[in-house]
Write a protein that binds this ligand. Structure first.
Ligand SMILES: Cc1cc2nc3c(=O)[nH]c(=O)nc-3n(C[C@H](O)[C@H](O)[C@H](O)COP(=O)(O)OP(=O)(O)OC[C@H]3O[C@@H](n4cnc5c(N)ncnc54)[C@H](O)[C@@H]3O)c2cc1C
Length: 289
């Protein structure tokens, strides 16, 4: 039950939504409601105004642009993303991460914009957003702002998004030709959230050596992060089992790992290295296919 009073509005354009959000003192936008409503029921979030984005049809679109950028509207659900043919072909690590979110009902209602705005440290989609160098396009009272994923995740439920900004879309630059991606997740057995999730996006040269490695990790630390030590270790190698193992071993370097009833910090770090290895192996084999 939600015990505190709030107003409800469902604007039909993003500009209207931004104005309504900006006018309210403690307002919040609502997308799939799968994170916000549980918090409201627990009394942990008490917005005085709810601005529902569901009537803004343009926010649901997934489109390819002339330069190859894949723009995913903030209201695209995890299920939309999992089944979209372009995402499956070009951004397979994102398709796999979206397909690993919660259960069927959660994937049918929850949205990528909601997931990135909420920034639960155990959310899946931040990992591929980082690994694919996504841009979070936000709209606020002063207009549009593009935020690099690498500068977006700040801490537990904390991002670079301002309270009066709305995510309009998440923009993924087209990956180069010989690029493979994969997402490997160790899910919490009860909630399904990621105790560890690793997205690897690997580009190889014609001779089979690793040209570029991008590895996004979620679940392990207060905020999702890029495993830069592992990326550096893998780049320039021939991507064989030894090189993968050496790189994966560095995927938790320098982090302060979370610790809770589900996994101690040492165990989480260990899981990161194991799941990094799995994600890198699959990404390389896809890049070579
Ligand atoms: C049982 C259950 C299991 C789950 N398991 C997983 C899991 O395994 N992995 C995982 O990643 N997630 C999981 N989730 C979370 C789920 O993915 C949520 O859908 C997601 O985190 C939030 O998306 P939403 O659209 O529901 O956002 P909402 O709940 O509507 O909003 C969440 C927050 O984001 C803000 N917001 C929403 N959209 C925007 C926007 N466009 N611009 C700015 N702010 C916005 C809201 O104001 C609110 O603060 C689970 C949820 C449940 C209930």
């Amino acid at each position: 039950m939600i015990t505190h009073p709030f107003t409800y509005q469902a604007p039909s354009t993003i500009d209207e939504a931004v104005q309504q959000l900006d006018r309210s003192d403690e307002g919040k936008v609502i997308a799939g409601g799968h994170s916000l409503l549980p918090l409201m029921k627990l009394g942990l979030a008490q917005p005085e105004a709810l601005i529902d984005l569901r009537r803004i049809a343009s926010l649901r679109e997934i489109r390819s642009e002339a330069d190859g950028t894949i723009a995913i509207g903030a209201l695209a659900t995890h299920r939309d993303i999992t089944h979209d043919q372009t995402v499956r072909a070009k951004l397979v690590a994102l398709a796999e991460a979206a397909g690993a979110v919660g259960d069927l009902q959660v994937r049918a209602r929850g949205t990528i914009g909601g997931s990135l705005a909420h920034a639960d440290p155990a959310a899946d989609e931040p990992a591929p957003a980082l690994a694919y160098d996504a841009i979070i396009r936000a709209v606020g009272p002063k207009g549009r702002r593009d935020i690099k994923a690498s500068e977006y995740f700040k801490g537990v439920f904390e991002t670079a998004l301002a309270a009066n900004e709305i995510i309009a879309e998440i923009r993924f630059p087209a990956p180069d030709g010989r690029t493979g991606g994969a997402y490997a997740k160790f899910a919490h057995p009860a909630s399904g959230f990621a105790i560890t999730g690793v997205a690897a996006v690997i580009t190889i040269k014609a001779d089979g050596t690793v040209e570029r490695a991008a590895i996004g990790v979620t679940g392990a630390a207060a905020a999702a992060y890029r495993a830069t030590a592992a990326e550096k270790a893998l780049a320039g190698t021939n991507g064989d089992a030894k090189a993968i193992a050496a790189a994966a071993a560095k995927a938790a370097d320098g982090i302060t790992a979370l610790s809770d009833l589900a996994a101690s910090s040492d165990y989480r770090k260990h899981l990161v290295t194991v799941y990094a290895k799995r994600a890198i192996e699959r990404a390389i084999s896809r890049a070579k296919a």
